[in-house]
Design a protein around this ligand. Structure first.
Ligand code: GLC
Length: 397
């Protein structure tokens, strides 16, 4: 039996589609997973729109516009938009809301919107003033340094919630630890305001993946590329890897001593990453056994001491501590293709396709044997379609 990725991906995104009106605003988008994630997640919607453009361009645009319909007048768009019904009490302690009446959480996710727009709709420059307002909000509230890079106040803002790379930053309050709700409570008291949080001596992080996505979106908007600043601040030429810059870490740890997480490879998605750095990442990280031996792409190198594929008794909140994710594989494959390593990108896609054909579109996959883990009917795993049928990424002007 052959696996028809187009048919399966389309069916999933259609099944997960929700549309209507809530509190006077229109919404139309796919939930990441009907049971586990029954609302709109910011960066998931970016990935969904990128895939959806293949069979429903109007719907892809509507999904991105739904994020814009949620935006505050000042351009803030939250990590999760609670269309249709508010949070239940049990989730309210784990979600970054200021009050249970909120339409959105008060934290962010990697700012994928403008780049996803370039893929799914067209040139985002001048397309909708709310996109520019959103970027202005990010610059004003999260660019804590003169170089214009963005800083995070919690692990989940990176999209990689429980990644072990945050353990040294937040210690026992890191995500995936039972005390994580205390971090949310503390940030809520500080108004989820990055400057106040830094001034209070609490950690803030200039995170690699977030700034890769920021660079892709800023470039899509015709703004100066943040890539040189990203290299300047986050590239460690001696270790040959990208690593977060951290202020006020609980246990300050030099980059070389931190867990080897996949996001050091995320800059491969940048069209303006110098070839010398890209090639070095491929040679020294991607082709090393810790990543090359795994189902594409392990969140943490297989041979890193922090790598774990086990779930915990209190739930799935340790994801990103080991298992493989499709969005990561896709972002990295963009870099392989740009370097002309198409055969390698094809091999990566084929390997992942065999796993998805067997297991279905799961949230993530055990990184050695590939059994499906986490949520079922998971939206962004349909990016496999992009991996198998690649097209050139949208060009920034
Ligand atoms: C998990 C992921 C996050 C994603 C969300 C919904 O929290 O870590 O990146 O956006 O699920 O899929």
């Amino acid at each position: 039996m052959t696996f028809d990725v187009a048919t399966a991906a389309r069916a999933l995104l259609e099944r997960n589609w929700r549309e209507g009106e809530y509190r006077g605003r229109r919404y139309a988008f796919s939930v990441p997973s009907p049971r586990s994630y029954p609302w709109q997640w910011y960066w998931d919607s970016g990935f969904h729109a990128i895939v959806r453009r293949r069979f429903d361009p109007a719907g892809a645009r509507a999904e991105l516009e739904t994020l814009l319909n949620a935006a505050d007048p000042d351009g803030f768009i939250g990590h999760t938009v609670l269309w249709g019904h508010p949070l239940d009490l049990q989730r309210a302690v784990r979600y970054n809301i200021a009050s249970r009446a909120d339409l959105m959480t008060r934290t962010i996710q990697p700012p994928l919107l403008a780049w996803a727009w370039a893929w799914a709709v067209g040139d985002p420059r001048g397309a909708d003033p709310r996109i520019d307002a959103h970027h202005a909000w990010l610059r004003e509230h999260r660019a804590l340094t003169d170089d214009g890079l963005l800083w995070l106040i919690q692990p989940d803002e990176s999209g990689m919630d429980a990644s072990p790379k945050f353990d040294h930053v937040w210690g026992r309050l890191a995500q995936g630890r039972p005390s994580f709700p205390l971090l949310i409570a503390r940030n809520r008291r500080l108004g989820f305001d990055a400057r106040r949080i830094r001034a209070a001596g609490r950690p803030v992080v200039c995170e690699v993946l977030t700034n890769v996505v920021w660079s892709l979106s800023e470039r899509a908007l015709g703004r100066p590329s943040p890539t040189p600043a990203l290299i300047e601040r986050l590239w460690d030429g001696r270790a040959g890897r990208f690593a977060d810059d951290v202020v006020n870490a609980v246990r300050p740890t030099p980059p070389a001593a931190r867990p080897r997480t996949w996001d050091t490879l995320a800059p491969l998605a940048l069209p303006d990453l110098p070839d010398a750095i890209a090639q070095r990442l491929v040679d020294e990280v991607l082709r090393a056994p810790g990543f090359a031996d795994g189902v594409p792409l392990p969140a943490v190198a297989l041979d890193d001491p922090t790598h774990t594929s086990r779930e915990t008794w209190w739930g799935r909140h340790r994801h990103w501590r080991g298992p493989s994710w499709v969005n990561s594989a896709w972002l990295v494959s963009l870099g392989l293709r740009r370097l002309g390593l198409d055969a390698e990108a094809d091999a990566l896609a084929a390997r992942l396709a065999a796993v998805v054909a067997r297991e279905g579109f799961r949230e993530y996959y055990e990184s050695r044997l590939g059994y499906g883990m986490g949520a079922r009917d998971f939206g962004w795993s349909t990016l496999l379609w992009e991996l198998l049928d690649p097209v050139d990424p949208p060009r920034a002007s």
